[in-house]
Design a protein around this ligand. Structure first.
Ligand code: PEP
Ligand code: MG
Length: 656
């Protein structure tokens, strides 16, 4: 028997969701398969499941055959439709959670001109300098000998015992309290690969064909890793490294060797490696590691995730350049720009040491502001909120002490997927946000996208000047099918918390009025369908010169303003925000831009509506005081800037 459904697992059946799905499937006696696009794989193999590359919002079929087929289908379909109700014993879900819990470093200041160095992927922010700890374990080679027929059974036994040993080690690691929830999930995913019959089955097949166990494991791991590399998905590509890491562990046991250990890494050392298995890194004394530099890896690799979640600056993906670091004595790295400097001279050394110390001191001194509610001498509360773009960033925002979300950029939701996100999926996302921050507000910005950032499902025209073209509210009003889906989802989510909605790129008051008509239509539809919904405050971003000039009229029609200084600066100054040649003009402190901000604030204050700011300038301690004097009462910024901004406001209050 079989049943089909649309997958609602956020990000699809990647490592951990696949692990959970397999765990559920293994609880049933029946043979269970998952089918996508006519291809069926065993639901009891996480590797096969991952390689099926099932993405969110895709249709799949669960097929079961056996005594408990009905129950199996029920449970597995239930998980695919509502993953949160599924198993939850592998620690906190997605790795991306951990990814967002990075320890903030101060904004990147460019390294001195004189410094030259290597450049890789800036995978985990922050500065580090310290002694190099080169970790280049020797490659493992198979014996390359053909087994005699009578040796084969013994070799298979040896291989199975080695797999058992590796699994047992990983199981033991999972019981250690010292392992963070994120790392536990990663180790659990590796253990799953070790237990999966895709790898073990392929290796056994090769041994039966006369290969020695080590050669068989190396070949099997390469085959499966190549399958992962071939999938059109960055996250799954990174799983190829995991397969190699597991293969290596099995080989080491077969050879009776210990892996080169990271246990003795000195305090503050910079770990240099071509590749570090997530398994090795998760077990390493992470507190002692000052930074990580690797030849392999990218921003979504497990190494990056672990580094970010532990606040370890990392530069990955250096490729062959890593060989230049094999003999380095000391290394300085800038995880914000991806720069690595070998054996830095005294000046660089001093500069990096100062940056590291300053960042640590500042971080430590600011943590007390996490729970502070910034209040001015006259009793006015200034809200310091977070700019985020995905649910994975909620933790980081809350960790920093965000008083809600001042800008939820919904573009990522649309760009991450192969299809336009469904109303249900959007409603779930906005609801999760509203619940996470209630009673604080969550300001969701409606889709702000144009031809420079194409997304699946929307055909953008070729435009000479996409920044002056069919984007933001303009595109949404022309595509009510897309816009209404988002508005309906927001109305539904508003039942669950304090949702506010903000329109981007507004230049004409008619855009607000037409949006209100669509909102009313959505409300009527939801009423007729009996779907619970609630009204939300509607505001606008002030980021075009036109919006500034009609601010008094706009203020009479909306509940709040949020000044988008990034676009406002480029449009006021007619200086492309992405063009380095005009970067000098692209300056928010230019009197023209400051005058536009002041005009906006005046109009908002006169109309009695909230005036906030969500462009980059909102997080600048040198400007906050001026903006507060203009009448702004809300500042939204990247979580890393929140505590510093709260302190700045408290300093203003103390001085007045
Ligand atoms: C802005 O323009 O200031 C803003 C916050 O929006 P974005 O950077 O997403 O365009
Ligand atoms: Mg903008």
């Amino acid at each position: 028997m079989e049943r089909s459904t649309i997958v609602r697992v956020h990000e699809g059946l990647h490592a951990r969701p696949a692990t959970r799905f397999v765990k559920l499937a293994k609880g049933f006696e029946s043979d269970v398969e998952l089918v996508k696009d006519g291809k069926a794989v065993s639901a009891k193999s996480s590797v096969k499941l991952m390689l099926l590359a099932v993405k969110e919002n895709q249709e799949v079929t669960v097929r079961a055959n056996g005594a408990d087929a009905i129950e199996a289908i029920e449970a597995l379909i239930g998980y695919l439709e509502n993953p949160r109700a599924g198993l939850d014993d592998e620690g906190s879900p997605p790795s991306e959670d951990a990814a967002s819990r990075s320890v903030a470093a101060p904004p990147a200041e460019s390294a001195p001109e004189a410094i030259t160095g290597l450049r890789g992927v800036a995978a985990s922010e922050g500065f580090a300098i310290g002694p190099a700890f080169a970790h280049f374990p020797p490659d493992i080679a198979g014996q390359g000998r053909t087994l005699q027929a009578e040796e084969i059974t013994g070799e298979i036994d040896r291989f199975r015992a080695a797999v058992g040993t590796v699994q047992a080690r990983m199981d033991r690691a999972l019981t250690q309290d010292s392992l963070s929830a994120g790392d536990r999930g990663i180790v659990a995913a590796l253990r799953d690969i070790a237990a999966d019959d895709s790898l073990t089955g392929e290796a056994e097949r090769l041994i039966k064909g006369g290969n020695d166990a080590v050669s068989a494991v190396i070949t099997a791991a390469s085959t499966i890793a190549a399958d992962f590399s071939a999938v059109d998905d960055h996250y799954l590509n990174a799983r190829a490294d995991d397969v190699h890491a597991v293969g290596r562990q099995i080989c080491l046991v077969l050879l009776g060797q210990d892996d080169v250990s990271l246990e003795n890494i000195p305090e503050g050392a910079i770990l240099i490696a071509d590749d570090i298995g997530a398994w090795d890194l998760a077990r390493a004394p992470l507190k002692r590691i000052g930074g990580v530099v690797c030849g392999h890896g990218g921003a979504t690799s497990h190494i990056a995730i672990i580094a970010r979640s532990h606040g370890i600056p990392a530069v990955l993906g250096l490729g062959d350049q890593i060989n230049a670091l094999r003999t380095a004595r000391d290394v300085a790295l800038d995880g914000n720009s991806g720069r690595v400097i070998i054996d830095p001279n005294a000046a660089t050394r001093a500069e990096f040491a100062a940056r590291v110390e300053a960042a640590a001191k500042e971080r430590a001194g600011l943590t007390v502001f996490k729970t502070v509610t910034p209040t001015l001498a006259d009793g006015r509360i200034i809200e310091v909120a977070a700019n985020i773009g995905s649910l994975e960033e909620i933790d980081a925002a809350q960790e920093a002490g965000a008083m809600g979300v001042g800008l939820f950029r919904t573009e990522l939701l649309f760009m991450r997927h192969m299809h336009l996100p469904s109303e249900d999926m959007q409603a779930e996302t906005y609801t999760a946000l509203a619940k996470a921050f209630a009673p604080y507000p969550v300001i969701v910005r409606t889709l702000d996208i144009g031809g420079d950032k194409p997304i699946a499902g929307i055909e953008f025209p070729d435009e000479e000047n996409p920044f002056l073209g069919w984007r933001g509210i303009r595109m949404c009003l022309d595509r009510p099918d897309i816009f209404k889906r988002q508005l309906r989802a927001l109305l539904r989510a508003a039942v669950q918390g304090n949702i506010k909605v903000m329109l981007p790129m507004v230049a004409d008051i008619d855009e607000v009025r037409r949006t209100r008509v669509l909102v009313a239509e959505c409300e009527a539809e939801l009423d007729a369908e009996g779907v619970p919904h609630a009204a939300f405050d509607l505001g606008v971003m002030i980021e075009t010169p036109a919006a500034v000039l009609i601010a008094p009229a706009l203020a009479r029609e909306v509940a709040f303003f949020s000044i988008g200084t990034n676009d406002l600066t480029q449009y006021i100054m007619a200086a492309d925000r992405l063009n380095p040649t005009v970067a000098k003009l692209n300056d928010v402190t230019n009197p023209a831009v400051m005058a536009a901000i002041e005009l906006t604030a005046k109009a908002g204050v006169a109309a009695g509506i909230m005036v906030g700011m969500c462009g980059e300038a909102a997080g600048r301690p040198d400007l906050i005081s001026t903006f507060v004097k203009m009448g702004l009462t809300e500042f939204s910024m990247s979580p890393a800037s929140i505590q510093r901004a709260k302190k700045t406001i408290m300093d203003i209050a103390a001085e007045s």
